[in-house]
Design a binder for this molecule. Structure first.
Ligand SMILES: Cc1cc2nc3c(=O)[nH]c(=O)nc-3n(C[C@H](O)[C@H](O)[C@H](O)COP(=O)(O)OP(=O)(O)OC[C@H]3O[C@@H](n4cnc5c(N)ncnc54)[C@H](O)[C@@H]3O)c2cc1C
Length: 506
């Protein structure tokens, strides 16, 4: 019977996992699940991770946080999707991957009927226009968590971690232990029996039935102690370095972007995330193709006169994941399980999914633990491969001439599963039923936005019989234009909305 869980690591992964499991198992009984979180005061958290998925709305509600408090504490903004600039030809091209699905989604595929395939998001969805106009996804009369357009958050990662920590300690009975794990003791069956930590008052041994490894890139328990190997994906995704900066606004009234902007560079891309008190900006690149100095020069060029006195922080990483994520009584969540570049902000979302799975499947017996381990590993393997494919899709269709971009189009660097998808999509685009399994992460709409945004046009004429709905499609495209006008007239500017809402009693 699993009666105690020890989570090692106090980054976003550790505290979010603690909150999700504790909220799921909250009880007044003293017999309930005991959850402790051990974090080192000597080893810092990664300190980045500001873009999220719409899944976080449900998660923060489920763990008992008020959305307004998250906005206040974490200087949050609404994120309505991503804008990809200069990914196709570097001539100022851009397209959106908005969170709201196209109009008529699942009923009709609008792709064969739009005037330019690159404009698919513009013609099939109003959110592109809402983002371009810098509008909030909801009006002042919409309540918490409600909206006219689907949204996630941009938030200050450090503040979010601190908020989760306080919530776990004060509201969710999570025991907080400060100490650095030095070693783990294994039982005869290979399970982790206890971890031994150095604390302010000396050595402490902590036993638990289940250990959650949230130690970040180190992967202390799963990787180092249990020897689960790392599966590198750097042959598919080449980036391995980031330079991150925090840039103040010129004026406190500057608009706050309501989407993440990812601008292609000669050997990587720059992220630009608007919080209410500053922007988070960074360059993700491949050290094989770009030196740190060249990357900083790219960043400086992007920033113009902003951030002159601020030095970027360098973070090195490896793309890939562990060969398994759950082994015996140890499960890795967060960067200890794997990491890929933050192009679609998938990391925190994977933490949410993994933690929820653990919360819902706390193994009652060792036999069930083995089944749970197997199922979890299968699901997570599938998810990682889907994420890697989806990220690669952003690169492989580029027409940029630089060696880095051309290397991304090399068939040897493209996973077979993605090549298969592209073969199918060559005569019809991605459709809803391509992605309906329980373990899917991105809906067909996401693939459509990226695929078409990158200029890939299926030869719809090969299956002409599927596309005989011109009248209906035209009606929906017109309806989208009307909806767009309506949104542009009713939705308030992003910063103005946040300020009014936070000042109101709503
Ligand atoms: C450049 C970059 C940009 C990113 N952008 C995004 C984004 O936009 N969206 C997104 O979802 N994700 C993003 N991520 C990922 C995101 O930052 C992480 O997934 C998230 O912060 C969780 O990290 P973590 O908790 O797994 O690890 P960490 O933050 O590294 O935390 C590890 C914890 O383990 C503790 N620890 C380590 N060793 C020991 C030990 N021996 N004993 C005790 N404690 C120990 C540390 O003290 C720390 O508390 C980004 C990552 C990078 C590198």
């Amino acid at each position: 019977m699993t009666k105690s869980i020890a989570i090692i690591g106090g980054g976003t992964a550790g505290w979010l996992t603690a909150a999700i499991i504790a909220a799921h198992h909250k009880t007044d009984s003293t017999e309930g699940l005991k959850i402790s979180l051990i974090e080192s005061s000597d080893i810092p958290t990664v300190g980045v991770g500001e873009g999220t998925w719409p899944t976080l709305r449900n998660t923060i509600r489920m763990i008992g946080l008020k959305e307004k408090d998250v906005f206040k504490r974490c200087h949050a903004g609404f994120k309505q999707g991503g804008k990809f600039v200069n990914w196709v030809k570097a001539d100022g091209d851009s397209y959106y991957h908005p969170f709201t699905v196209p109009l008529g989604y699942g009923r009709i595929d609008l792709a064969p009927y739009v005037s330019n395939i690159e404009d698919y998001a513009i013609e099939s969805n109003f959110q592109h226009h809402v983002c371009e106009a810098g509008l909030a996804p909801r009006t002042i009369t919409d309540g918490e968590y409600q909206a006219q357009c689907n949204y996630a958050y941009h938030l200050d990662a450090g503040a979010f971690g601190q908020m989760l920590k306080e919530h776990c300690r004060e509201k969710l009975d999570v025991q907080h232990i400060i100490g650095t794990v030095q070693d783990a003791v294994l039982a005869d069956n290979g399970n982790i029996q206890s971890v031994s930590l150095t604390t302010e008052i000396g050595i402490l041994d902590v036993e638990a039935d289940l250990f959650v490894d949230c130690t970040g890139f180190k992967s202390l328990l799963l990787g180092e102690k249990l020897g689960v190997p790392f599966v590198s994906k750097d042959d598919v995704l080449f980036n391995d370095t980031a330079l991150a900066m925090r840039i103040p606004y010129e004026s406190e009234n500057d608009p706050v972007a309501t989407h993440t902007i990812a601008t292609g560079q000669n050997a990587g891309w720059i992220w630009d995330i608007g919080l209410t008190h500053r922007r988070g900006i960074g360059h993700v690149y491949s050290s094989e193709y770009l030196s740190d100095d060249q990357a900083e020069a790219n960043l400086r060029k992007y920033l113009g006169s902003a951030g002159k006195d601020i030095s970027p922080r360098k973070i090195s990483f490896k793309s890939g994941h562990r060969a398994q994520y759950w082994k015996n009584n140890c499960v890795a969540v967060g960067m200890s399980a794997g990491f890929v570049e933050p192009l679609e902000a998938t990391a925190i979302m994977l933490v949410e999914i993994a933690a929820r799975y653990i919360a819902e499947n706390i193994p009652a017996t060792s036999e069930i633990m083995r089944i749970t381990e197997k199922r979890f590993n299968q699901q997570m393997d599938y998810r990682w491969s889907r994420i890697i494919d989806f990220l690669k899709l952003h690169y492989m269709l580029t027409k940029r001439p630089e060696p880095y971009w051309q290397a991304h189009t090399n068939p040897d660097s493209i996973p077979q599963s993605l090549k298969d998808d592209l073969a199918v999509w060559a005569t019809r685009g991605p459709i809803k039923s391509d992605f309906e399994g329980a373990a899917e992460l991105f809906p067909a709409a996401s693939y459509q936005y990226v695929l078409y945004g990158m200029g890939f046009k299926p030869d719809f004429s090969v299956q002409n019989h599927l596309y005989q709905d011109k009248e209906k499609a035209t009606r929906i495209i017109q309806q989208n234009q009307q909806l767009t006008q309506q949104m542009l007239q009713t939705l308030p500017p992003h910063r103005e909305y946040i300020e009014k809402w936070l000042a109101s009693n709503q």
